[in-house]
Design a protein around this ligand. Sequence first.
Ligand SMILES: [Zn+2]
Length: 371
Amino acid sequence: MSVLDNSKYIGSAIFKRQAFGNNHPLAFSRHSSVLELCHSLNWLPKDKFVEVSPATVDTITKFHDANYVEALKVSVAAGKVSQEVREKYNIGTMENPVFDGLFARAATTVAGSIKAAELVANGGLVFHPSGGTHHGRPDKASGFCYFNDPVFAILALLDQGLTNIVYVDVDAHHGDGVQDAFADDERVHTFSIHEEKRWPYSGAADDRGGGRSYNFPVPKHINDSEYGFILEQAILPAIKKLKPDAIVITCGADALAGDPLSSMDLSNNALWSAVLSLVSMSPRSIVFGGGGYNPWTTTRCWAGLWGKLSGQTLPDTLPENTQKLLSVFESDLVDEEDVNPLWLTSLCDKPNEGNVRDEVKQLLSVVMGER
Ligand SMILES: [Zn+2]
């Protein structure tokens, strides 16, 4: 039986609510759009969908500082943030605004990741697209992330007695919060491919964290061929040697061509193929979403990813009712003339193949040298 036959999708009604407020890159409702697309393609039968409710404060404080969690809860309830709290915890800022329903939403994301670990305990695959808040710090918010749900998934897997976990982060931004959380834990290896010289500016090629981190800061305009090269020449062989009990993946969609917050030029085929190769390397897999700021490319990426992870065949052209869902999207960050007509009619991008640049080859020798 293939691991894909046993896949589940984690969601909650709470992710359908408006979040972050206007004028924020995450103002659009990514998760309800992905759900609608999957439903319109009949890819989400009831037995595949798992609904979760918020994690308790007791659970959240297993990783996060109790004072921070309390300050976030109080600020959300009051609808305002004191200057002291803003400065101390980095909330109530342009980057990490406090909005109605935020606490329950962030706590539900954490619950989804813990549930994901539970569901794969005896093997299997879980897709949790609202997870992937990889920048969250124990005692403060960072990069639109209030809690760090991938950390909770990994902690829950370790609590099951597993001793060999691989975390792979393909979001355009370095998976700093997860790398640092497990820097001293010999049971966890982390891999991150991200755009170089991009916020949060950590994750250089020679950054090995506590010794078990692999960072691939890639040059701008990386193409599918270069991406495949890095995976096949470095990441997949390294993971094969590790023989992980579980693999946890943050699949941000901001590494795709057309994303307004990065300059990576991947087609969604490259990301799907990376995730499918990765999940085939372990009996247990958890796949999160992450960043993704172009409503069309993000929604198509994650809906298509669920299709792939649940063994569906992706149609060449989308049925009319699905096309309609994509036609109503709007974005302040994507100019109208930059909306690729393919984004309205199909899930699959045109592959973006090209030369593998020397700097990409050199990057591999720096990251993998003397390992
Ligand atoms: Zn990102």
